[in-house]
Structures are given as C-alpha cells and as structure tokens.
Design a protein around this ligand. Structure first.
Ligand code: AMP
Length: 224
C-alpha cells in the first residue's frame, strides 16, 4: 500500500501513523518528525525551518518535497510501500507528490482522512503541550495551525475523493477505537488497491457509523 494521511493537528496522526506502519510493516515518513529532528540536531536545514515550526507556519515546499523524495527512494528500495504523515499539506504539494509518485512508480493509492472537531483538537493539543513541551502546542500557535489546516489542507480531501482513493475515519473517540476503525477500513481496502482502477472505486466513509447504528443520540425505547 502507498498511503498518505490527511488530518488536522491533534487528530492523532503520530499515534495512528505508528500503529498503521507497524501493522502493515511499511515505512513511516512523517515530515513533522523529520523536521523536528533537524531542529534538535541543529543542522543547517533545522536552523532554516525552526522559526516556521515554532510559529506553526508551513516550511517551503522545496524543503519538504526534497526530504520526502529522499525518504521515498529509501522506501522504494525496501519494497515500495509507505505511509506519509504530514504531507501533502496543500494542493500544490498534493500535485507534486503525485508527480514524484509517477516518477518513482509509487503513486499514493489510499488517502486516509482523520476527522475531529476543533474544540476537541484544541483540548488535546493543549494537554500535549503540557506533557511534551512541543514549541508549537501553545494556544495561539494551535489556533493558527488549525486555521491553516482548514484553509489550505482540508480542501485537498475532496481532490482525493474524486480520485476514488479516500478513506474517512472519525477520530473523536479514544485512540484505541480510532486505531481499530482505521485498521479495519484499510484491511478492507487493501485487496482492491492493486486490482481495481481508481475511477471505479468509491470513498469509504466511516464517520457517520455511530449515528447509523443508533449509538449517538438514539431515543430510549420503551420496554414491552
Ligand atoms: P506536524 O508534526 O505534522 O504537525 O508538523 C509540524 C510542523 O512541521 C508544521 O506546523 C510545519 O511547520 C512543518 N511541516 C510538516 N509537514 C509539512 C509540510 N508538508 N509542508 C510544510 N510544512 C510542514
């Protein structure tokens, strides 16, 4: 599988990314982690991107795309499967990722979208800021990152929907539940990715399941 994940900050990309990569034994390419690693090591690239990360702004496309291309070449040598976490974040990056995919023969064939409400995301990120001391988990920067997500990243979800490779999962619940939903959806989709042409596929949307099965706000039934 050649997977990418689109999710707002705080939706659990890091946790779920590790779960998916371990479950399917595929390399995880997480741009945020790679960039933070450069900052921590004080490399030239790290010094160049540090202030963007601290402010919750996007780093220039060419920096991210070069990094991802290099990681994909390594993934190609390891069998060609991969999971991208944190990229693409804009429509330009989505188009560039497609081009890189064509060049390497590794076009993304599943786009996993994790959905959650802003209020819940802010709550989680503030809690993480207390625990992990990430420089971008302060309330002001969190709000900026969410705004950026809604304006430039979220619109690319529809683009993947039209390409027939979209899987949407509700990320509001506990991480274990979200993880189970993700793995079930990906296991169901996996057999189709190599054999069913993109134009014949349909989006898988698990986000309305609670309501469909009556878990959400079902009125109590009267006995007898
Ligand atoms: P993340 O760990 O995915 O939340 O990313 C942390 C920070 O890294 C972001 O707020 C950006 O500053 C930077 N970053 C990560 N991925 C990208 C990307 N694809 N394009 C631009 N900046 C990125």
């Amino acid at each position: 599988m050649q997977l990418l994940m689109i999710a707002p900050p705080g939706a659990g990309k890091g946790t779920q990314g590790r779960l998916i990569a371990d479950h399917f034994h595929i390399p995880l390419i997480a741009t945020g982690d790679l960039l933070r690693d450069h900052v921590a090591r004080g490399t030239e690239l790290g010094r160049a991107v540090r202030s963007s990360l601290d402010r919750g702004e996007l780093v220039p496309d060419e920096i991210v795309l070069d990094m991802v291309r290099e990681a994909l070449i390594a993934a190609e040598a390891a069998g060609g499967e991969y999971l991208l976490d944190g990229v693409p974040r804009t429509l330009e990056q989505a188009r560039a990722m497609y081009t890189i995919g064509v060049q390497l023969g590794m076009i993304p064939n599943i786009a996993l979208h994790l959905k959650a409400d802003d209020a819940e995301l802010v709550r989680r990120l503030l809690a993480r800021g207390d625990d992990e001391r990430r420089t971008d988990d302060t309330e002001e920067v969190i709000r900026r990152r969410l705004k950026l997500y809604h304006s430039v990243t979220e619109p690319i979800v529809a683009w993947y929907g039209r390409r027939g490779i979209l899987v949407c999962v509700d990320a509001m619940g506990p991480a274990e539940q979200v993880g189970r939903d993700i793995l079930a959806a990906l296991e169901a989709m996996r057999p189709t990715v190599d054999y069913v042409p993109e134009q014949l596929r349909r989006t898988i949307d698990l986000t309305g399941l609670d309501t469909a099965f009556g878990h959400a706000t079902a009125a109590p039934t009267t006995p007898g």
